[in-house]
Design a protein around this ligand. Structure first.
Ligand code: CA
Length: 227
């Protein structure tokens, strides 16, 4: 059976474009024109992927995204937000609400399909946090709290260690400053953007060559590049 993608989009033309690309990627596509319709379709069956327009009439796409990520049944389903050109704030809010990736309208079908393939590969690899995380020449061991790069142990500060673990667990995904802040410094922390930047800079330096895979995403945060 084909995996199912749920497209939540009130604009018919965009919904059809998404349907074409997703069909080409082997998905069966279901379209919901609004949040109520989407909730009903989610109750009927859990999709493999959700495309979510942020600018929905009524109940906002952000609320829906939070709902999806808080419901145990759907929490692990990758959500891709669809935002309008230049809506930086939408991107930040959507990623803060738990979206896994975003695309900006108007989008190229080719880029969209590549993003979807990458996302689905990550979804397959994902699972419970592992004790040992490996990436390029980096080996992070959660039980011994140690990190090795090319076989040599690297001494990291606790926050640097947590940040690296977060990045390794979210590879390819954009992590907003808010998400990083809450995961590494805690939800009530008063750490600033500067604190995050300094921590990232120190971590990159200590990791040496593989540190370059930690890449800033303008206006949003950071992402661990996969290539
Ligand atoms: Ca819309």
């Amino acid at each position: 059976m084909k995996p199912r993608a749920l497209v939540v989009e009130d604009d018919r033309a965009t919904a059809e474009l998404l349907r074409e690309s997703l069909t080409a990627e082997g998905f069966g596509v279901v379209i919901a024109a609004g949040a109520d319709d989407a909730l009903q379709k989610l109750a009927e069956a859990t999709p493999a992927l959700i495309l979510l327009d942020i600018g929905l009439p009524g109940f906002s796409g952000l609320h829906l995204c939070r709902h999806i990520k808080q419901d145990r049944r759907t929490a692990r389903v990758p959500v891709v937000m669809v935002t309008s050109l230049g809506a930086e704030l939408d991107k930040v809010r959507g990623l803060d609400a738990g979206a896994d990736d975003y695309i900006v309208k108007p989008f190229s079908a080719r880029e969209f399909r590549a993003r979807i393939r990458a996302l689905m590969r990550r979804a397959v690899q994902g699972g419970e946090p592992e004790d040992v995380l490996e990436f390029k020449d980096i080996i992070l061991n959660n039980s011994t709290r140690t990190v090795q790069v090319s076989g040599k142990e690297v001494a990291l500060q606790p926050k640097e260690f947590q940040l690296l673990a977060l990045l390794l667990n979210s590879r390819g995904r954009v992590l907003t400053r808010q998400v990083i802040l809450e995961a590494v410094w805690g939800p009530t922390s008063i750490a600033t953007n500067h604190t995050i930047n300094v921590c990232v800079a120190n971590l990159r330096k200590k990791l040496g060559p593989p540190g370059r895979f930690i890449s800033p995403v303008t206006g949003l945060g950071y992402r661990l590049l996969q290539e």
